[in-house]
Design a protein around this ligand. Sequence first.
Ligand code: 5AD
Ligand code: SF4
Length: 435
Amino acid sequence: MSKKLFIETLGCAMNVRDTEHMIAELSIKKDYELTETLEEADLIIINTCSVREKPVAKLFSEIGVFNKKKKEGAKIGVAGCTASHLGEEIIKRAPSVDFVLGARNVSKITEVVEKKHAVEVSTDYDESTYAFGEYRTNSFKAMVNISIGCDKACTFCIVPATRGDEISIPSDLLVQEITKAVNNGAKEVMLLGQNVNNYGRRFGAAEEKIDFTGLLQKISAIDGLERIRFTSPHPLHMDDAFLDEFASNPKICKQIHVPLQSGSTQLLKAMKRGYTKEWFLNRCEKIRTLCPEAAISTDIIVGFPGESDADFEDTMEVLEKVRFEQLFSFKYSPRPHTEAAEYGNQVSDEVASVRLTRLQKRHTEILDEVMDAQVGKVHKVYFDELKPGNRVAGRSDDGKLVFVEGSEELLGQIVDVKITKASRGALDGVVLNQS
Ligand code: 5AD
Ligand code: SF4
C-alpha cells in the first residue's frame, strides 16, 4: 500500500513548482500518494518562504501543531527558502523535524526522507538540468522553471541567499518539457524564474547563446501551445527587443508584472535596483503604446530604510501614472543576510502602516475603475476549473479571473466571453461562441 504525503506550500510560484517537483519525485520513486488530511499522512512537508518575517514565525508554530496532530511515526520535513537560510537551526529549535531541504536542493528529496536529521541546504548546488519526474496540479496550465537562483543583490531581498546564483536551464530541455505538457493537455505555460528576462546570462555545463526574447520565440514555435505567461521580469532588463516581442507575439498573454518596489530614484539606488523612476515610467509608457490592452501589475515596498514623505509621494505618482491593475504591496521587513537590514535609518512601523493604507486605498479605487470598464467587453477566456453551482472559471488573456455558467465541456477551451458584471476580484460573463 502506498504511503501518504501531505505538503503545505507557502510563498511564490517557484515554491509551488518546487512542491510539484517533490510530489513527482516522491510518488514515482518512493510510492507516496498525496493526501489533504494531515492526520493520515506518513510524511508531512512544509515548503516555506522567507521573503518576509511573518512566514518564518508561522513555521515554528505550525511545526508544533503538526507534531501534535500527526499520526505515530509520521515524519516532518521543512523545505524551501527558510530551510535554506536557517538550515540546521530548524532541527535545534524543533527536534521533531526529521529533515531540512533547501530551495536549491529539491531534487534530493528522495534521499533526505530516508535519513534521520538530514540537512541539505547548499546554495551552490546546480540542479538546473536535473530531470524531475512529471507531476502537475493543473493539467491545463503548466508551470515551468526557466532558471534557478538570482544574480541580483537588491538590498532588501533574502532570495539570493536562499536560492543562490542564477543558472538558466538549457532551452532544448525547456522545449522538451513544454512539448510534453502540451501533449498532456496544457495549452498554456507559465515560465518561472526570480528574474526571467535575465534568461541566458549563465548556464551550468551547457554552452548556449540565447536571451529571453530568443527563448520566447523558440517556445512560441511549439505546436499546440497557445498561451505563454512569465513571472517575474525585472524592469532593468526590459529592453526594446523584449517589449516588441511581448507586444507582437500573439501567443504571449498581454499581462506583465513590472515590479516597481519604489517610485523614488534615490530609494531605488539604495535598493540597488539598477533603474530610475524615469526608466520605469518610460518602460510602462512603451508597453502602453505598443500594447494598450496589456494589464500591468507590480510589487511595491513601503517603509524601506530612509523613505521620506517625498520618496513615498514619488511612489504614489508612479501609481497614478501607470494605474497598475494588480498591486502586491508590503511593509518593508528587515531580513537576515541582506544589506538593508544593516541600514541605520529604519522607518517606524506607524509611518509605514499609514503609507501602506494610503497606497492600497488609492489602488483599490483604480482597480474598481479598471474592472467596471470591462463590462460589455469581449475577452478570450481559457477555462480550467469547475466551480460549485454550474460555474466554470478561467483567465482572460490579460490575466483576469472570469466566471461563466457552464460545465465540463468548457474545460480546456479558449472561448469568447462577453463580460456582464464586474467586481474587484473577478468578472462574470456569458459565452459567445465555442471553438
Ligand atoms: N520586505 C518587504 N517586502 C519584500 N519583498 C522582498 N523582500 C522584501 C522585504 N525584505 C517583496 C518585493 C518582491 C516581492 C516578491 O516581495 O516587493 O518583489
Ligand atoms: Fe530579490 Fe531582487 Fe532577485 Fe527579485 S531580483 S529575487 S527582488 S534580489
